[in-house]
Design a protein around this ligand. Structure first.
Ligand code: DAT
Ligand code: MG
Length: 153
């Protein structure tokens, strides 16, 4: 099973969409294995968004991500990285397809509700950035056999 990082951004919290967004991942069949609420800092955002540091919008992105606390979630499931990425929709939310989280709840390239890891390799790096081993809860999901074929579990 893959694990991926979702960050519910400050706008998601402030707009009262936390439950709605978490509910979508739950209903899809993903398993929540770690979650915490934190206030992000410049130090961690400089690392997390290092690939965007030279972009003109970077200071706005950083301020937006510090405007309120965020909720960090680790979701586990078959092909979880791509499933979650597809559920989030296009970065530029004005172009995101209806039915995706961004396509249903946002209009903006910056204020786009969620961060999702973009590859399995980056998911591992990002999860290690925000969680330690003791943050993960290992519990049995009794409905797994109703969600997956034997070779998918
Ligand atoms: P994603 O979040 O879809 O993985 P990304 O990694 O390219 O997209 O960018 C990270 C975040 O940076 C994105 O969620 C919002 C912000 N961002 C990206 N492109 C932007 C743009 N053109 N204008 C403003 N903010 C942008
Ligand atoms: Mg990204």
């Amino acid at each position: 099973m893959e694990r991926t990082l979702v960050i519910l951004k400050p706008g998601c919290l402030q707009r009262g969409l936390v439950g709605e967004v978490i509910s979508r991942f739950e209903k899809r069949g993903l398993k929540l294995v770690a979650m915490k609420m934190v206030q992000l800092t410049d130090e961690i955002l400089d690392v997390h968004y290092a690939h965007l540091k030279e972009k003109p919008f970077f200071p706005w992105l950083r301020d937006g991500m510090k405007a309120a606390p965020v909720i960090l979630c680790c979701w586990e499931g078959y092909s979880a990285v791509q499933v979650v990425r597809d559920m989030a929709g296009a970065t530029r939310a004005s172009k995101a397809v209806p039915g995706t989280i961004r396509g249903d709840f946002s209009m903006s390239a910056q204020e786009n509700i969620v961060h999702t890891s973009d590859s399995l390799e980056n998911a591992t790096i990002e999860l290690d950035r925000f969680f330690v081993e003791s943050d993960y809860c290992d519990y049995i999901s009794p409905l797994d056999s109703y969600k997956y074929a034997p070779d998918e579990m």
